[in-house]
Design a protein around this ligand. Structure first.
Ligand code: NAD
Ligand SMILES: O=C(O)C(=O)C[C@@H](O)[C@H](O)[C@H](O)COP(=O)(O)O
Ligand code: ZN
Length: 377
């Protein structure tokens, strides 16, 4: 359930609160329009903070760092900040090391909080610093991309990429607070906004057929960045993800793996293209299309629903065709997926819109078959 909170002196500002219930690691997610200036109040109302290290990137910093810093300083918090180059290649050991050293220079101690101000790259990397520096600091996520607001800022997966394997080094480290200002999406480049929509569609396919239909029926509002439509979408995705994380926080029972729908293909595409040509959401859209086609070819997913997924992805402007890579290279890269157990590949495949399953008996020939271009009608 989500709940509406109003700031006492600003009745016009409505904030939706979603709680992630994880016992001692529980935290709230606040979603609202123009709530970044209130981040300091939201933090100090539930946490004791005197020093924050804000980590951001070269696109987000010039737009939002000053507002964020002011919001924290207004609450008496000492603020240090680091601005890193924007882009997926920053999610690497090189920048993790730079950040660890910067933390020493900032005199960070175990009561310092790390604030991730940016998209999923900054969220994952800053989260990794919070998980590892001094054996663990508190983390606050302030996601500014759609993808980070609907997915990466929630759930505690943090980490970095290796040249040969995406997200291969990392940890589970839950944030203490997530502050989502939907207003920041107005400055997001259209390609990045569309990329985030892939994870939104994912939530419909894996868990919520009604939400999938809502997306089909609200394409115009989505295209126009309608604030109400966006708030509904973000709050729904956060609630759906929170439910999964509450049930299987560290992907131990296998249930959390449903959030990985399309990702075994996607991570191989991203890795083999050097993390530069495909955005994560674009790779996920193609990966979901491959997974759905594979499921349809085994008759475990209907051709009609497979087509509905492809149509929605295309209508939203997402790619659905695999990049021109050697199928054997893709297969080899997929074998490094973190869901592999005892050398056996496991894939999340759809059964119907709103329901997926973890499948362990996929033959390599089924994978290479769906990497071929779709036949033209
Ligand atoms: N931890 C998780 O659970 C999880 C979930 C999904 C994705 N991810 C990871 O997230 C990453 C992708 O995240 P992303 O799509 O946010 O990429 P990103 O962090 O690179 O951000 C996208 C681009 O938009 C810019 N940007 C962000 N917010 C902006 C704003 N408000 N205005 C203008 N520009 C803005 C960034 O500078 C960047 O250039 C991948 O590394 C992926 O693996 C992690
Ligand atoms: O939170 C999760 O769990 C997810 O799988 C969400 C994914 O969207 C995300 O891309 C995640 O980083 C993938 O995790 P990985 O363990 O497959 O690297
Ligand atoms: Zn993802």
């Amino acid at each position: 359930m989500s709940e509406n909170v109003q700031f006492a002196q600003q009745p016009a500002m409505t904030v939706t609160r979603i709680d992630v219930n994880l016992g001692p690691r529980s935290y709230p997610i606040f979603v609202g329009d123009q709530i970044l200036p209130k981040a300091g109040e939201l933090i100090t109302s539930s946490m004791d903070v005197t020093h924050a290290v804000v980590i951001t990137d070269s696109n987000v910093g010039p737009l939002y760092l000053e507002t964020c810093q002011q919001a924290l300083e207004n609450e008496g918090i000492r603020v240090s900040s680091v601005t890193l180059p924007a882009g997926e290649t920053t999610k690497s050991l090189r920048y993790a090391e730079e950040l660890w050293n910067a933390m020493v220079d900032f005199r960070a101690d175990r009561k310092t909080v790390v604030v991730a101000l940016g998209g999923g790259v900054i969220g994952d990397l800053a989260g990794f610093i919070a998980a590892t520096y001094a054996r663990g600091l508190r983390l606050i996520q302030i996601p500014t991309s759609l993808l980070a607001q609907v997915d990466s800022s929630v759930g505690g997966k943090v980490g970095i990429n290796l040249e040969k394997a995406k997200n291969m080094v990392g940890a589970f480290h839950q944030p203490s607070l997530v502050v989502i200002d939907v207003g920041t999406l107005r400055s997001l480049p259209p390609r990045e906004y569309i990329s985030g929509l892939a994870e939104v569609v994912k939530y419909g396919v894996i868990l919520d057929a009604q939400f999938f239909q809502f997306l089909e029926e609200n394409v115009t509002g989505i295209r126009n960045l309608d604030a109400q439509t966006l708030t509904t979408i973000i709050a729904r995705c956060c609630r759906l993800k929170a439910d999964v994380v509450e049930a299987d926080e560290r992907e131990e029972t296998g249930y959390r793996a449903i959030l990985n729908y399309g990702h075994t293909f996607a991570h191989a595409f991203e890795t083999l293209t050097g993390y530069t040509s495909l955005l994560h959401g674009e790779a996920v859209a193609i990966g979901m299309t491959c997974a759905a086609r594979l499921a349809a070819s085994r008759n475990m997913f209907s051709r009609e629903e497979c087509e509905r997924q492809t149509n929605l992805l295309k209508t939203l402007g997402l790619p659905t065709e695999a990049p021109p890579l050697s199928p054997n290279d893709v297969l080899a890269c997929m074998q490094r997926d973190k869901k592999v157990q005892h050398g056996r590949l496991r894939l999340i495949l759809p059964k119907r819109l709103g329901e997926v399953a973890l499948v362990a008996d996929v033959d390599p020939s089924e994978i290479t078959a769906v990497l071929a271009p779709l036949p033209k009608n």
